[in-house]
Ligand binder design. Structure first.
Ligand code: SF4
Ligand code: SF4
Length: 180
């Protein structure tokens, strides 16, 4: 008897959503042309350091498996375009991943870290705000405690907050609201 188990089939991993195929095609990725050769995975610098496998992401996406939208792997792409340059079928892999992220975001599948970054932008105008340590170092260097950005112009920060995008609720929050 073989000690090896068959890996779970990606096609069993969830519901299909036709919007995914439309999104891929609009981004220049025709799912029917992907031959699952793995050149994208072999080219991927992110895949060398993480469990991300571009070919696998594209396989789930090509079959419009809904779970691809909540897959944290789609956020591990650095958008280096190496897979895009090397795909033997000239598929626009990177653009497809970006389009998947946009669709995922619209559905509320955004990592907590990305949510926190947007929250900081709303509150401070900076993705990486000035903390007490930096304020102290600036003072020691003879600089104003705060740089001349929206930090010094609260009224501009308020205006910025109104123009910045609002994130959609998390899918689980949405479900809870519907149950009430
Ligand atoms: S390199 Fe292109 S054809 Fe090969 S698996 Fe990746 S997306 Fe599909
Ligand atoms: S664009 Fe993204 S998926 Fe493609 S090789 Fe670079 S990091 Fe990997």
């Amino acid at each position: 008897m073989s000690v090896f188990k068959n890996p779970p089939c990606v096609l069993d991993s969830g519901k299909r959503d036709p919007t995914i195929e439309e999104t891929l095609k609009a981004a220049g990725f025709d799912p029917n042309l992907c031959i699952q050769c793995g050149t994208c995975t072999a080219s991927c610098p992110s895949g060398r350091w993480t469990a991300m496998r571009t070919r696998e992401v594209m396989r789930k996406a090509a079959f419009s498996i809904e779970v691809v939208l909540s897959d944290p792997d789609i956020w591990l792409c650095t958008t280096c375009y190496q897979c895009y340059d090397r795909c033997p079928r000239d598929l626009q892999v990177t653009d497809a991943i970006i389009a998947l992220r946009n669709l995922a975001s619209a559905r509320g599948f955004i990592s907590d870290k990305h949510r926190k970054t947007v929250d900081l932008l709303h509150k401070t105008g900076h993705a990486v705000p000035i903390n007490d340590r930096i304020r102290k170092i600036r003072k020691e260097l003879g600089l104003p405690e705060l740089p001349p950005t929206v930090y010094c112009y609260p009224e501009e920060l308020e205006k910025l907050g109104k123009t910045l995008f609002q994130l959609p609720p998390r899918p689980e929050d949405h479900d809870e609201e519907e149950e009430r």
